[in-house]
Design a protein around this ligand. Structure first.
Ligand SMILES: *[C@@H]1O[C@H](CO)[C@@H](O)[C@H](O)[C@H]1NC(C)=O
Ligand SMILES: *[C@@H]1O[C@H](CO)[C@@H](O)[C@H](O)[C@H]1NC(C)=O
Ligand SMILES: *[C@@H]1O[C@H](CO)[C@@H](O)[C@H](O)[C@H]1NC(C)=O
Length: 512
C-alpha cells in the first residue's frame, strides 16, 4: 500500500488532509481518484467536480532531481486527450504568504524547462548536462513557482493519438485556465489565498496575455468558482507585436542605441533595411486590420528582406539574434545550455524519476509539431496588444521588461508598441521619457537600465489604479535572466509594480 502512504504523506505536507476528509461537504473539495492502469502508484490524482474529464496527477520530487532547497512536485494535467506537464516549487521564504508565479517559455513550442533550468528556476543545469546546481538568484527566493510545458505537445506535454495539437495561443490559454482551477482548488488550495502572477518570455508575449484574458473572462462568467487571483503579468523580451518588432530591427542593428559602440550593420545594409521598411509596415497594417493568414502571409515578401539580412548569418559560429554582440554556440537556439537540458531530461535516472509515460519517446527542447500547428493559424502574425489593454482595464498590473542587446524581440519595437497601446494611461505613458533605474553593484548605486511607469485607473475616479511599466536592462539579451550577476537589486530602486513583481524582479539577475 505504498501509494496510499504517499497519498497521506503528501496530503499532510500540503495541508490537504482536512479537505480530503470532508470530501462530501462541497463540490470544491479534493477528490482522489483510482490510479489508472500503467501509471506509477507514486502519483496521486486530483479532480474538480466541474471538470470531470480533467484531472491532475502529481508526485513529490527530491533535490536529487533539481537542487531546489524547497518542496517540489512534478506531474501532468490530463485533459481530454491533452496532457500538460508541470513542475512546481514552494517558495524558499514563506510559501503560505509569498506569491505564486506561473512561468512559460516561448517558441512557440519551446519547453518551459529552459526557463527553469537555464534562467530563473531554483536549480540550473550543470555544464555537462549531468546534474543541477542551486541557483542563488532563483525566483523561488520570494515566490512559489510553477513551470508548465504548454501548449500540449511542447516539451514533456503530449497529446493522445487522434487529439489535435493546439494551433493558437487562445486554445492553449483555455487549457491553462482549467489547469489553474484544478491546481488552485484541489492540489494546493491554500495557494489560492496568495497573489498570483504570470510571467513569460519571448513568445510568452503571446501566451501570457491570452492566459490573462481567459482567466479574467472565466473569473467573471463563473462567479461560483473560486477566482484565479491574478494580480499581474510580466513579459520579458516579449514577442507581442511582430510589426513593431520588425520596425525595431533598424534601431537595433543600425544605431548604437542598444548599447554598442558601433552599429552592427554597415550603411549599405542599413539602407536596404530602411528602403524596405515603409512597404513592410504598410502591408503589416493591413494584416493587423484584417487578421487573416491569407493577408498576413503577404507581409513575408516586403518584410522578409529585413529579416534575411540577419538570419542568413545566424547559425553556430555566426550571429546570435538573442544578443547582437554574441556569437551562436549551437544552431538555432544558439545556447549550448539548451542542449544540456535536453540531455539531462533524456537521461535514464531523470526520465524514471519524472515517470514519463510511454507516450513520450524523447524530450526535445523545441517541438516542431507545435511550430507547424501554429503556422497553420494566424497566431505568429497576430499581436496581443488589445489583450494587454484588456488586462490593464481589469486592474491587473503589467510589466514589460527587455534586455537591450536582443534583436528577436527588441527593446526598440517593444517600446514602440507600449507607447501605441490604447488605454487611459497612454497619453501620460507616451509623453514620459525613459529614466535610469539603479542597482547596487559592488556596493555602489549604479544605473543598470531605464524605465517608465504609469498608474491609471481604468474607469475614471477609481482609486484602485493599475500600473503599466516598461523596463530595460543594459548589457542583457533575450534571456535577460540567464546572466550571472553580482547584483543585489533592491526593490526600493526598481520601478516597482506590485509586490509580487518587485519581489520576483528583485531576485532575478539583470546583468553582466
Ligand atoms: C524574501 O525572502 C527573504 C528570506 O529568504 C526574506 O528575508 C525577505 O524579507 C523576503 N522578501 C520579501 C519582499 O518578502
Ligand atoms: C556591408 O556588409 C556586408 C555584409 O557583411 C558586406 O558584404 C558589404 O561588403 C559591406 N559593405 C560595405 C560598403 O562595407
Ligand atoms: C532525442 O532527441 C534529441 C533531440 O531532439 C536527439 O538529439 C536524440 O538523438 C534523441 N534520442 C533518441 C533516443 O531518439
Amino acid at each position: 500500500m505504498r501509494g496510499q502512504a504517499v497519498v497521506w504523506a503528501l496530503a499532510w505536507a500540503i495541508g490537504l488532509l482536512p479537505r480530503i476528509l470532508c470530501i462530501e461537504d462541497s463540490k470544491h473539495q479534493a477528490a482522489l481518484l483510482q490510479q489508472p492502469e500503467g501509471h506509477s502508484p507514486d502519483f496521486i490524482r486530483y479532480q474538480h467536480a466541474e471538470f470531470p474529464s480533467h484531472s491532475i496527477r502529481i508526485k513529490e520530487q527530491s533535490d536529487d532531481l533539481c537542487n531546489a532547497g524547497s518542496k517540489q512536485y512534478t506531474g501532468w494535467l490530463d485533459a481530454n486527450g491533452k496532457h500538460l506537464f508541470f513542475w512546481y516549487f514552494d517558495s524558499l521564504n514563506d510559501p503560505l504568504t509569498d506569491p505564486l508565479t506561473l512561468w512559460v517559455t516561448g517558441g512557440p513550442g519551446v519547453s518551459s524547462l529552459v526557463g527553469l533550468l537555464v534562467e530563473i528556476g531554483p536549480c540550473l543545469i550543470d555544464d555537462g548536462g549531468e546534474g543541477t546546481h542551486r541557483n542563488p538568484f532563483s525566483w523561488t527566493r520570494n515566490s512559489s513557482m510553477i513551470f508548465v510545458d504548454q501548449p500540449a505537445g511542447t516539451g514533456l506535454s503530449y497529446t493522445d493519438p487522434g487529439t489535435d495539437l493546439p494551433t493558437d495561443s487562445k486554445i492553449a490559454a483555455e487549457d491553462m485556465y482549467i489547469f489553474l482551477q484544478i491546481f488552485l482548488t484541489q492540489v494546493f488550495p491554500e495557494r489560492r489565498e496568495v497573489p498570483f502572477h504570470i510571467a513569460g518570455e519571448s513568445y510568452g508575449g503571446h501566451y501570457v496575455p491570452n492566459m490573462a484574458v481567459e482567466i479574467l473572462k472565466q473569473n467573471k462568467i463563473h462567479q461560483e468558482r473560486p477566482e484565479v487571483p491574478l494580480k499581474s503579468i510580466m513579459i520579458g523580451n516579449g514577442c507581442v507585436s511582430p510589426m513593431h518588432t520588425t520596425y525595431g530591427f533598424y534601431e537595433t542593428l543600425c544605431t548604437t542605441k542598444p548599447g554598442v559602440e558601433t552599429p552592427v550593420f554597415n550603411a549599405t545594409r542599413c539602407k536596404v533595411m530602411a528602403d524596405a521598411l515603409p512597404r513592410c509596415m504598410y502591408v503589416y497594417e493591413s494584416c493587423y486590420r484584417y487578421p487573416d493568414k491569407a493577408i498576413c502571409k503577404a507581409t513575408e515578401e516586403p518584410c522578409g528582406i529585413i529579416f534575411d539580412l540577419f538570419e542568413s548569418e545566424s547559425h553556430a559560429g555566426g550571429r546570435d539574434p538573442f544578443d547582437i554582440t554574441r556569437v551562436c554556440e549551437v544552431e538555432h537556439l544558439c545556447y549550448s545550455s539548451t542542449l544540456n537540458v535536453q540531455e539531462y531530461i533524456n537521461s535514464k535516472s531523470v526520465w524514471s524519476a519524472l515517470d514519463v509515460p510511454d507516450a513520450i519517446h524523447n524530450f526535445s527542447i523545441e517541438s516542431p509539431g507545435i511550430v507547424a500547428a501554429f503556422e497553420s493559424s494566424n497566431d505568429l502574425y497576430a499581436n496581443t496588444m488589445n489583450l494587454i489593454q484588456s488586462t490593464l482595464e481589469h486592474k491587473v498590473d503589467v510589466l514589460i521588461y527587455n534586455g537591450n542587446l536582443d534583436l528577436a524581440c527588441n527593446t526598440a519595437g517593444n517600446l514602440r508598441w507600449t507607447n501605441a497601446l490604447r488605454w487611459n494611461g497612454q497619453a501620460e505613458f507616451e509623453s514620459r521619457d525613459l529614466r535610469p533605474w539603479f542597482s547596487v553593484v559592488e556596493g555602489e548605486l549604479t544605473p543598470v537600465g531605464q524605465y517608465k511607469e504609469v498608474s491609471a485607473s481604468a474607469r475614471g475616479g477609481d482609486a484602485d489604479a493599475q500600473r503599466f511599466a516598461f523596463v530595460t536592462v543594459d548589457k542583457a539579451g533575450h534571456m535577460v535572466s540567464t546572466l550571472p550577476t553580482n547584483f543585489n537589486l533592491k526593490c526600493i530602486h526598481c520601478p516597482l509594480l506590485t509586490d509580487g513583481v518587485c519581489r520576483s524582479l528583485s531576485v532575478s539577475r539583470p546583468l553582466h
